[in-house]
Structures are given as C-alpha cells and as structure tokens.
Design a protein around this ligand. Structure first.
Ligand SMILES: [Cu+2]
Length: 118
C-alpha cells in the first residue's frame, strides 16, 4: 500500500473505533458541587452537556446511614438538567448516583458526593 492509502485506512479505523462521544451525555456541573461542603442542600441539580431523556433517568441519594432512595425528579426544567428536591439532611456525607439516557441511546451513569456540615 502507498503511504497515503495507509494513512486513509488508519484514519478510517480511528473513526470507526472512536466512541460516539458528541451525543453521549456527560455531567458538566452539579449543585451541590462534587465534594462540596454545604450547611444545607434544599435540592440537587445536575447539568449535562446535552439533552437527556428525563423520564428514563434516575437520581439516587445515599445517606451517611440507611438505605439509598430514589429522588423524585422535578419536571419542566431545562432539557439538559435533572433536578430533585431534598428532604432536610442531617450532617454527614451524601452520595448522589445518577443514571441518564443520552440522546444517542446510551445509558450513562456516575456519582458524586457532598457533605453537610454540622
Ligand atoms: Cu453514547
């Protein structure tokens, strides 16, 4: 093969192997922020890099003690955001687990933690 066709084949392979990154949802910001220490958190809000299917998405809160629970998602927010009110939180470290359906059909998940100070 010529040098050019080798390059073309390598380029085509790289494209084929690359994940469908542009349409894949990624968490870009949250409130409370990851590893933030807050005195109170009336709710959680997550912002993604693109539109997500809210009805097929889930937020779970893992308290310092006890069972994780699924948070009720607020509706009518931005198409790239998930929001949920929180009950009054005791001091301690909380973990938020999220799972969303991207517009490209991939289910993406992740987690972050924040702490409520006494
Ligand atoms: Cu994807």
């Amino acid at each position: 093969m010529s040098r050019l066709s080798t390059l073309l084949v390598a380029g085509a392979l790289a494209l084929w192997l690359a994940p469908a990154a542009p349409a894949h949802s990624l968490l870009i910001a949250s409130s409370p922020g990851a590893d933030a220490v807050v005195t109170a958190a009336p709710g959680v809000a997550l912002r993604f890099n693109n539109r997500i299917a809210e009805k097929l998405s889930q937020l779970r809160l893992l308290p310092p003690r006890g069972e994780p629970h699924v948070l009720p998602l607020g509706t009518g927010g931005a198409v790239d955001a998930l929001e949920a009110p929180l009950p009054p939180l005791m001091p301690g470290r909380y973990r938020v687990e999220w799972r969303v359906l991207s517009t490209d059909g991939h289910v993406v998940s992740g987690a972050f933690a924040f702490s409520v100070s006494p």
